[in-house]
Structure formats: structure tokens, C-alpha cells
Design a protein around this ligand. Sequence first.
Ligand SMILES: Cc1cc2nc3c(=O)[nH]c(=O)nc-3n(C[C@H](O)[C@H](O)[C@H](O)COP(=O)(O)O)c2cc1C
Length: 152
Amino acid sequence: MRKSYQQQIVQAPVTFVFAANVSAPEKNLTPIIEQALTSGAWNESTVNYFKTAVPQFQAGLGDKQREYAIKDAIIASTHLVLAAESLGLSTCFMNGWIEDQVKEVIGAADNPDLAIAVLVPVGYAAEPRLNPGRLPLSYNVFVDRISNPYLG
Ligand SMILES: Cc1cc2nc3c(=O)[nH]c(=O)nc-3n(C[C@H](O)[C@H](O)[C@H](O)COP(=O)(O)O)c2cc1C
């Protein structure tokens, strides 16, 4: 990580590294199935479906496996940010890092299946910041088609 930038990483007491494991869906399927059977959430027929469907889906993703794993990790990071902010903490989603170096720090340098999705330092803000405001919804929200901005 470059020295003069991204001071929040060294200033925050905790930084969460959200990493996506491309092989996790298949690796974790067995313990998830065991859990779901124990809790009664899934029956044998659901389990049999997932046993076939999950590996098939993963294989069908082809070179999008990494992208899909990252989506999952980003969803997890968003929940962490919402929970932390709701407790009065401050957070910062971060893309400004060098993947190989982050992987080295967390001891995953030699794991090609692990992709770094996002970093989130968490702590109490040293000072309050003014909210810069948000663009009107019509910039980013559309109804039915992308040519039809939501006007409220
Ligand atoms: C995906 C993503 C990556 C970001 N990466 C960085 C980063 O590397 N460094 C940084 O200072 N801010 C980064 N930001 C911006 C901050 O996380 C934060 O969103 C921004 O300061 C606005 O915060 P606010 O919406 O609470 O005002 C990133 C934001 C997003 C959504």
C-alpha cells in the first residue's frame, strides 16, 4: 500500500478484509447441507437438488466464477457497514489497495482461489464530516427501462 494515501487503514483500530473464495460454494456445500438437514430447513429432495445444481451452476459460470464470488463478499461487507454505522461507528469502503500485497498481509499469497473484494476500516471518527449530499434519484434509478428515469 502506498504510504501517504489511505491513512484510514493505519488510523482505524480494525480493518476488515472481505475476500472471496472461488472454490467456497463447492467446498462449503457439505457442512451447509448438514446444518440445513439438522435444522430441518431443507429436506432430502432439496439437498439432492443442491448437490447437483451447485456444482453445475459453478461450472457454468466459467470465467465469471471470481466475479460471482466477489458479489457475495460485497454483500457481506455492506451488512457489516450498515451494522457498524448503526452502532455509531464510521466505516470506509475501500478499493484503493494492491491485491497481491493485501493477500500477503492476510497470509493468502499462495492461494489463487482467493480474491480480495473490498477493505473496510472501522472505528470512531476523529471528527464529524459534513454529508456531501446525494444526487437526485433520477440519476441512478429507472423505471422499467434505462431510458426512463425515476422522477419521484
Ligand atoms: C467501492 C468503493 C471503493 C472505495 N474506495 C475508496 C478508497 O480506496 N479510499 C477512500 O478513501 N475512499 C474510497 N471510497 C469512498 C468511501 O468509501 C466513501 O464511500 C466516501 O468517502 C463517501 O462516504 P459517504 O457516502 O459516507 O459520505 C470507496 C467507495 C466505494 C463505494
